[in-house]
Design a protein around this ligand. Structure first.
Ligand code: CA
Ligand code: CA
Ligand code: ZN
Length: 271
């Protein structure tokens, strides 16, 4: 990745990011005054990241346009300006720009078989489990086997084929680390034993059990071009995704703030 440092802007207490998809983009764009200079063609390849203090919604760590070009990182909302968390948030929001959702191709969060910085499961750990430093900050390299919550094979674990062999990568089941995951069994139903018969459990904690948790290879599917990068047009993203700061500082499962929630809160605040 090639980072180009832009201009430093005057301090604003709360960066106002607007109250609709279109305004978030149009509010962010003016900050990037060097974005179209000296060569306007930059806009077809570059992503614009604004590192601010906080934004108009407290508790928001970052916002990234899904398949868009703008992202915002609220450094001030990250306790102690922890640079690791800033890095994790930056890469996460950039991932949204690159078309990735919290479950890879879908927005199903906390999938133990999706080893990516896009997955909230790893926010509590400050990065991928089994890795330290910058190595802990990564998109997924493997499509791990899908997990059928209605028929989980504990002896299979999440990586029966050993795709992650030698990488040391791990995951977390019921708040307990499974490191490494290659060939390791998982106690999916949290009864303390590795059951031989298939078990049923809501392992991503979304209240649903009858879904397939699909694995995803981020790197093989990243979209480097934006949705609407037509000549002369700036792309407007169709949706944004946000992080809650409570998440980054807690082991508990936090609420997942969607862009719709963001709009509702802005509306109630204005009302
Ligand atoms: Ca078990
Ligand atoms: Ca579930
Ligand atoms: Zn996100």
């Amino acid at each position: 990745m090639h980072n180009v440092w832009g201009k430093e802007h005057a301090h604003i207490n709360n960066v106002w990011l607007g109250n609709s998809n279109t305004t978030v983009n149009s509010v962010l764009m003016p900050y990037f005054t060097d974005y179209n200079e000296p060569t306007p063609v930059r806009q077809y390849a570059y992503h614009c990241a604004l590192f601010g203090d906080t934004c108009n919604l407290s508790g928001t760590l970052g916002i990234g346009a899904l398949s868009g070009q703008t992202l915002f990182v609220a450094k001030g909302a990250i306790f102690g300006s922890d640079m690791d968390k800033v890095a994790v948030t930056y890469m996460h929001e950039l991932g949204h720009n690159l078309s990735l959702q919290h479950g890879g191709e879908d927005d199903i969060n906390f999938k133990p078989n999706y080893i990516s910085i896009m997955n909230y499961l790893f926010r509590a750990y400050g990065g991928l489990i089994g890795k330290t430093g910058s190595a802990a900050c990564d998109y997924s390299h493997y499509k791990l086997p899908d997990l059928n919550e209605g028929k989980l094979m504990e002896s299979d674990g999440v990586d029966i084929n050993g795709l992650t062999l030698g990488t040391g990568l791990g995951t977390a089941i019921h708040g307990k680390e499974v490191v490494p995951i290659a060939g390791a069994p998982c106690d999916f139903n949290n009864n303390g034993v590795i059951d031989t018969d298939p078990v049923e459990y809501d392992i991503n904690g979304d209240g649903r059990i009858n879904i397939i948790l699909v694995g995803y290879d981020d790197w093989a599917n990243i979209k480097y071009t934006t949705e609407n990068s037509n000549i002369g047009k700036r792309p407007n993203s169709s949706s944004y995704s946000m992080f809650s700061s409570t998440l980054a500082n807690s082991m508990e499962l936090p609420e997942c703030i969607t862009y719709e929630t963001y709009l509702e809160r802005i509306k109630s605040r204005e009302g």
